[in-house]
Design a protein. Structure first.
Length: 756
């Protein structure tokens, strides 16, 4: 935080202030005063709209300009000129805006109570200033033990205040540093969390570390900072960082590597350097062990070494696990199946009996198929047979919702893969591995199409060598968000037995959702004709404006009134993409306003481009091992406490606190992308689909969206857009992965797949 100052100590004498005021705003090119309210502040660009109390002016003045961070109570000095905005009236447009700590008691109180310092709200700020006056900042920094003299402050709260004060000072230094080099500062808190006290030194030493380590800061941002710090365009460190960035971007798109020619092309385009310089950077990265060169289908490719090793080791471990007999020994399938049918009061189809027989004879098996083909019944039957043999089983799925569904369907405990593997906050890895394996003889993993290469590797390290593994999932859904296409590669390799269920059973076949999903998967348009009492509807709208308004009406009124679903907890809007008028972000803002009145009138906090209010539906967007919440978890805001600078989210009856500076881990979840919906089911889903979504109109995306709805699916948009997706235009691009190749060599020795 800059040193406190008053106007006279910073080149603005009271006399000069008076003269400027007397001259009138039209001639004034310098103003100074106290921020009363921050009307708007963009954390990426620094653009701010401030209401400022200027000397000798009765009304607050509007000052617009750029500042790294601003809070009520702070003192500003601004250079610029007055202007008249047609919409907002008279305002001072600052070409330069300097911010310093407040020096008046009132300013200090507002500053401390603004939420900037975690643990101090308006009430405590008032008591602190009443107790210590203008020395309050000195007390916090130099005599923190005196804080306990104030009512409501004990030793624990005192320690939190001191720590938060130190952190906000350091964060402000980072923000000012970045901003002074033309870099947006929205991620300053995250930088501080990642690097701690050494943040500025780390950035100066290697500015490209920001692109590698900090979510939300891309290569172009880090490169701009590096250039400001004197890094030459042709510097080897810059080109190496660019090559690494291209590979990491490929990983974020689902690839495990890139063809070398494509890597060269993208790196040259990004960096504006010649091919020789890119090759020099590749050679340096190879020598450092950062990348690996290998072929995929005889095409030279380049991989990040960690991911390459994970993929290769996962293949070796899966093949080793598949060898030998299952731990329960030989079971006579026919009588065992008959007993299960009697016990569960079901009658399995011939295809299910054949699939169950294959599963009982295999140490590793994949079960795949679309909705309504009996995958869950097959898993229940397998578990029932093995329960009679006293086989220790463990059930898991990638997400909390998928694990909950699996538990409800089987009557057995099911955990998320992260909980099964015991995620370790300190290491960022897992406590379960080959030295501390999972205690089971059979592991069943549902929704395995969501499993990426790093998670597969971690899982296979933790499965006991003697145990059996069953992977259940729909291979035709979207592949994992993370790198690789694990389920498809395992199936296509032929290295382990596969049972593919195709028969849609009678009860499921009555659902238009199920029939529509299978038609889409086969490249056919679903029947879009309206049908009374149906669970599937298509509403045609030509314009995005109309579609957006209809979505709000559907979610708020029509679906709850006609079908009885809770619009907050039982209706989910699924969008093909984030951006655009019908993207997740725009619809979230509109749905928040229409479904949650607290967003305007109740307790709320604005951070990182979102406003979070009591009752809001939110989603975690990264794994947080300390909080034990993971990417894709959905909850509801149950408390907003400005005094403590804390927001609390209820995740399935578990309260999780977030400091206001941690809210970049959350987004609103009234509308989410289809990718984020994987592993979840909802009573009702609404899916906008228009040509605005052209780049995302893929058959497997529509198929995945349809299969998220249990009781009601409403598609809203354009027939043309739906046809584009279903009929094959813009289908999923190939994911560059070597898992299938490593597995296929073993598979060629004897194909063991099965179609049921």
């Amino acid at each position: 935080m800059p040193e406190p100052f008053d106007a006279s100590r910073n080149g603005v004498s009271p006399r000069a202030q008076g003269r400027l005021e007397l001259d009138g705003p039209a001639e004034q090119n310098h103003v100074s005063g106290v921020i009363e309210r921050v009307t708007f502040h963009n954390e990426d660009t620094g653009f701010s709209v401030l209401r400022v109390r200027l000397p000798r002016r009765r009304e607050l003045a509007t000052v617009v300009g750029k500042a790294a961070r601003v809070s009520p109570g702070e003192f500003i000095e601004a250079e610029g000129e007055w202007s008249h905005d047609a919409r907002h009236g008279q305002q001072f447009s600052a070409s330069e805006l300097r911010v310093a700590a407040p020096t008046s008691r009132q300013g200090m109180e507002r500053y401390l109570g603004s939420g900037l310092v975690h643990g101090i709200g308006p009430g405590l700020a008032k008591r602190l200033v009443e107790s210590f006056g203008e020395q309050v900042f000195d007390v916090i920094e130099g005599s923190p033990e005196r804080l306990r003299e104030v009512q409501g402050v004990g030793s624990v709260r005192s320690e939190r205040i001191v720590a938060a004060w130190a952190e906000q000072k350091r964060v402000r230094e980072i923000m000012v540093f970045l901003y002074s080099h033309g870099v947006g500062t929205a991620r300053a808190v995250r930088i501080y969390r990642s690097y701690g006290e050494a943040a500025l030194e780390r950035i100066r030493e290697d500015p490209y570390c920001l692109a590698r380590d900090i979510r939300g800061i891309g290569f172009l941002t880090a490169d701009a900072l590096a250039r400001q710090l004197g890094v030459e365009p042709n510097a080897l460190e810059r080109v190496r960082a660019g090559v690494s960035h291209v590979l990491r971007e490929a990983v974020s798109d689902g690839h495990c590597g890139l063809p070398e020619a494509e890597l060269h092309r993208q790196a040259r385009e990004l960096l504006d350097v010649d091919a020789e310089r890119v090759e020099s950077a590749l050679a340096a990265e190879l020598r450092a062990g950062e990348i690996v060169r290998d072929d995929i289908d005889q095409q030279p490719c380049v991989f990040l070494s960690g991911l390459y090793g994970a993929e290769r080791s996962a293949a070796a471990r899966l093949l080793a696990l598949a060898r030998g007999a299952p731990p329960w020994g030989e079971i006579d399938a026919a009588p065992a199946i008959a007993q299960v049918e009697e016990k569960l009061a079901i009658e399995l189809a011939q295809s299910q009996r054949a699939a169950l027989t294959r599963a009982l004879r295999s140490k590793v098996v994949v079960m795949t198929g679309g909705p309504g083909v009996g995958k869950t019944t097959l898993v229940k039957s397998l578990l029932a047979v093995l329960r009679g043999k006293k086989v220790r089983t463990a059930l898991a799925a990638p997400t909390g919702r998928a694990a909950k569904r699996l538990a409800e369907a089987t009557g057995q405990e099911a955990r998320t893969l992260h909980r099964l593997l015991e995620a370790d906050p300190r290491s960022g890895g897992f406590k379960r591995d080959e030295s501390n394996p999972i205690d089971c003889a059979l592991l069943v993993v549902d929704e395995s199409s969501m499993v990426d290469v790093p998670l597969l590797f971690a899982l296979l390290k933790a499965v006991p060598p003697t145990a059996a593994l069953v992977l259940v999932g729909d291979v035709d859904q979207l592949p994992s968000v993370g790198p690789g296409q694990v389920l498809r590669d395992i199936i296509d390799s032929g290295a382990v037995p596969v049972v593919r269920l195709r028969e849609i059973f009678r009860q499921a076949a009555t659902s238009r959702i199920v029939r529509s999903a299978h038609r889409v998967n086969e490249g056919q348009l679903p029947d879009l004709a309206a049908e009374e009492g149906s669970d599937f509807y298509f509403i045609e709208t030509a314009e995005p404006d109309d579609a957006a308004q209809r979505i709000l009406t559907l979610v708020r009124e029509r679906i709850p009134k006609r079908f009885g679903f809770d619009p907050m907890r039982e209706v989910q809007v699924l969008c093909p993409m984030h951006r655009g008028q019908l993207g997740a972000r725009a619809l979230n803002l509109a749905l928040q306003e229409t479904l949650n009145p607290s967003a305007k009138t109740g307790a709320r906090v604005e951070r990182f481009g979102w406003t979070y209010a009591l009752g809001d539906k939110v989603m975690q967007i990264e794994n947080d091992y300390d909080k034990k919440v993971f990417n894709g978890d959905v909850g509801f805001v149950e408390a907003v406490d400005p005094e403590q600078g804390e927001l609390v989210v209820d995740f399935d009856e578990r309260s999780v606190p977030y400091g206001f500076d941690e809210l970049d881990q959350l987004v609103l979840a009234y509308a989410i992308t289809v990718h984020k919906s994987q592993g979840s089911e909802y009573p009702a889903v609404v899916i906008p689909i228009t040509t605005q979504h052209y780049t995302m109109l893929k058959r497997n995306l529509i198929y995945t969206a349809l299969t998220r709805g249990k009781q009601l699916v409403v598609l809203i948009g354009q027939r043309r857009a739906l046809a584009m997706a279903v009929q094959g235009k813009g289908q999923e691009l190939r994911r560059w992965s070597k898992l299938r190749s490593w597995l296929a060599e073993e598979g060629r020795q004897g194909r063991s797949g099965s179609e049921c």
